[in-house]
Design a protein around this ligand. Structure first.
Ligand SMILES: [Zn+2]
Length: 323
């Protein structure tokens, strides 16, 4: 176990990163906690419920500095439970979109009510709620920094990115990371809003770098968003082609297709496949046989000779182009 101080680095004037000691295949080298400002600081993502990490955040304060605001990108257990622990020590208010499920789409609200449960909600911090709910465009500022909130659901319904306005850098949480793609595990994860939010960032030409929830800074965050968007469309196309040959199950497809993915991450990959299949089902192009899960069989609603015919391909491309 490394000493907390050795995980504290300065990334830019007025911005430091303290990495939590929770490395894993899902969290990479650990959760990134950001300390923004030089006097009245913002702490972004205090991380897991780890008192040693909270102590390290407090020890990182220099003379004349105080924690004035706590921001949370989303209510996963590796990002948000530390917020209340930190608040107990410093009294600062907590800002976020809302509780974990507060931004759930109508489609996934219905799926969840119908019993869709992949068992991934163990990673959801159900106890989390902010003192101040934020919406897109809300700005919180101090003398030497200014953050603008952007709701970016898809990885989790309450996910937000925070725009640091002077360098136009984006705190991206788990929405955009440099080291990996994001997990989209329904019903918390939702393929369409994820792609829409990604596209919105990809289209911005005014952004500089990204500071993700895990891993190193992203040099050009819009370019990375575009790459991730195209990558997911490419995966979607692979699913379309597999459906041409016959029924598809998320787990079998992930095993056959995600050749570079470590075995331990195959279920996460299968969640992403299921997220896309559910979207196809919403569009009435396929149907699920039986209760939804990673082993569910999905079948075309149109005959095989029509599945990749020009009109259907065009329809899929038109639908995907909206995202
Ligand atoms: Zn997450």
């Amino acid at each position: 176990m490394s000493q907390p101080e050795s995980r504290l680095v300065t990334l830019a004037p007025g911005l430091r990163r303290l990495r939590a000691d929770n490395p894993s295949p899902m969290t990479f080298t650990g959760t990134n906690t950001y300390l923004l400002g030089t006097k009245r600081l913002a702490v972004i993502d205090p991380g897991p419920a780890d008192p040693a990490h909270i102590d390290a955040i407090l020890r990182a304060l220099e003379p004349g500095q105080e924690i004035a605001h706590i921001f949370v990108t989303h209510a996963h257990v590796d990002h948000s439970p530390g917020a209340r622990l930190l608040q107990e020590q410093c009294g600062a208010p907590i800002y976020a979109y809302g509780s974990a499920y507060s931004g759930l789409s109508r489609v996934m609200t219905r799926r969840r009510a119908q019993g869709l449960d992949l068992g991934m909600d163990g990673g959801v911090d159900r106890m989390f709620y902010p003192d101040h709910p934020l919406k897109t465009g809300d700005v919180i500022e101090e003398e030497d920094w200014s953050l603008e909130a952007h709701h970016t659901p898809g990885h989790l319904p309450n996910h937000m990115c925070f725009l640091w306005r002077e360098p136009m850098a984006l705190f991206t949480g788990d929405h955009i990371m440099g080291w990996a793609t994001s997990m989209i595990a329904p019903p918390e994860g939702d393929w369409k809003p994820y792609q829409v939010a990604l596209k919105r960032i990809a289209k911005r030409t005014d952004l500089t770098c990204g500071y993700a929830g895990h891993g190193e800074p992203i040099e050009d965050v819009s370019a990375r968003a575009q790459t991730l968007h195209v990558h997911r469309r490419m995966r979607a196309r692979q699913v379309d082609i597999a459906l041409c040959d016959g029924p598809v199950t998320p787990m079998a497809f992930a095993r056959a297709t995600y050749n570079d993915t470590p075995e331990v991450l195959i279920p996460a990959a299968a969640c992403n496949v299921l997220a896309y299949l559910l979207w196809l089902e919403e569009e009435k192009l396929i149907v699920a046989q039986g209760p939804l899960g990673l082993e569910t069989v999905f079948e075309r609603l149109v005959p095989p000779e029509h599945w990749l015919r020009d009109d259907l391909v065009k329809r899929l491309e038109r639908l995907q182009a909206q995202l």
